[in-house]
Design a protein around this ligand. Structure first.
Ligand SMILES: NC(=O)c1ccc[n+]([C@@H]2O[C@H](COP(=O)([O-])OP(=O)(O)OC[C@H]3O[C@@H](n4cnc5c(N)ncnc54)[C@H](OP(=O)(O)O)[C@@H]3O)[C@@H](O)[C@H]2O)c1
Length: 395
């Protein structure tokens, strides 16, 4: 029996994880759930899975959930505040922590799980973008088992040899990795229309159902930029060993090219329950509730190179990778602020890249020696992004 803590249980990743876990009650026991403030959904999850603990970052929402669960005789102990979320990630009674919180808020809880040597199902790519070297070093030191569930990275993991970790890239005969991207909802839109697209249009992803932030990131392709950084850290790749290729059907989730010319791809329907089930059960396999792939029905698989004019955020991510140090944290923080402001309709879609570029240029990268370096860069970049947004909104 694997005991699970699901961080971000009320979100898209969290719900998919609980769906897979519920299919195998003999294998997975949910011992902890964490969210920010959506207590309606968290209440239903607590009543269904009866975890030992629920942590709610918003302390007032925690108090309300505690009251509601007590009234229904649910034995779950409700804890409140960001610290409670972090403590839950480090829970002694848990074997596996699903890192499904969105954005920088997931950094400290995911690090806490790594420090405790847990099996970590990593969806929260922002952790690696912000503090990749610290996180990977913590994983190595504690011998945590890091399983990527971002579909592309899970695909790469599946296409690499089992002993890749000890043999490394050159010892495994890997030449490069091809990271696929759907291109989002604006792949074929007239470029002149992009400044006027709405948050609803940006969140209407053609293939995947996801939270709002990652949906906007997919539309701008900042998501692929974050994934590029994630791939370099997870698999110890140089940026030039990763090529981003557009694949509008989202059936091929990524590919690994070997020096003999072989290219291995992992395919499947675009449903996050596949990588989640893979990472939960690895090295075994288990059912995920996902429809079998019907290639004849899909008919064709297309690939094309991304147009840098349409997707400037991808170039900014390469730039952050080149700069190194705290540049990843700066890129991520500026993007989080810009996406939130776009969703709040205070800036335009095309301003997202402008805000990130301006902040990357104005906040110089520093060396990362400890977590405080990352947190300071995050705070500085958020302040700088706020100032740029203020100027754009006033113009
Ligand atoms: N969705 C996908 O298919 C997918 C695929 C690959 C990778 N990812 C990555 O997975 C992560 C989650 O994405 P998502 O689409 O599942 O996002 P989402 O649907 O917006 O869910 C976000 C989750 O994080 C929780 N949360 C937010 N701030 C928090 C805080 N301060 N403390 C505790 N919990 C907090 C939210 O709780 P409330 O509901 O209470 O606000 C919610 O449970 C992101 O890093 C994303 O890039 C997602």
């Amino acid at each position: 029996m694997m005991r699970l803590v699901v961080l971000g249980s009320t979100g898209s990743i969290g719900v998919s994880t609980l769906d897979v876990a519920a299919r195998h009650p003999d294998r997975y026991q949910v011992v902890g759930l964490a969210a920010q403030r959506n207590i309606e959904r968290l209440r239903e999850q607590c009543l269904r899975f009866r975890p030992r603990y629920a942590a709610v970052a918003d302390a007032r929402a925690a108090a309300e959930l505690r009251r509601q669960l007590a009234a229904r005789g649910c034995p779950t102990e409700v804890l409140g505040g960001a610290e409670a979320v972090r403590d839950l990630a480090a829970l002694d009674e848990a074997d596996c922590v699903v890192a499904g919180i969105v954005g920088a808020a997931g950094l400290q809880p995911t690090l806490a799980a790594a420090e405790k040597g847990k099996r970590i199902l990593l969806a929260n790519k922002e952790v690696l973008v912000m503090a990749g070297t610290i996180f990977m070093e913590t994983v190595r030191r504690s011998q945590a088992l890091l399983m990527p569930i971002d579909s592309e990275h899970n695909a790469i993991f599946q296409c690499l040899p089992d002993d890749f970790g000890s043999r490394g890239l050159s010892g495994s005969g890997v030449r490069r990795v091809l990271l696929t991207a759907s291109g989002g909802p604006f792949r074929t839109a007239d470029l002149a229309r992009l400044p006027d697209v709405t948050p609803e249009e940006a969140c209407a992803h053609p293939n995947w159902s996801m939270g709002k932030k990652i949906s906007v990131d997919s539309a701008s392709m900042m998501n692929k930029g974050l994934e590029l950084i994630e791939a370099c850290l997870l698999f110890d790749l140089a940026p030039e060993q990763v090529e981003v290729v557009l694949h509008p059907q989202s059936i091929v989730h990524s590919l690994v090219e070997y020096i003999d010319g072989s290219v291995l791809a992992q395919m499947g329907n675009p449903d996050m329950r596949t990588p989640i089930a893979h990472a939960l059960a690895w090295p075994e396999r288990t059912t995920a509730g996902v429809e079998p792939l019907d290639l004849a029905k899909i008919g064709r698989l297309d690939f094309e190179a991304p147009d840098p004019r349409r997707y400037p955020c991808l170039g900014l991510a390469y730039e952050a990778l080149r700069l190194g140090g705290t540049a990843g944290a700066v890129l991520n923080a500026a993007n989080e602020v810009a996406v939130a402001e776009f969703l709040a309709r205070r800036i335009r879609f095309t301003d997202i890249a402008a805000v990130v570029e301006s902040v990357l240029n104005s906040v110089p990268p520093q060396a990362v020696e400890r977590l405080d370096d990352v947190l300071a860069a995050d705070a500085e970049a958020r302040a700088a992004a706020g100032a740029v947004v203020g100027k754009i909104a006033a113009a």
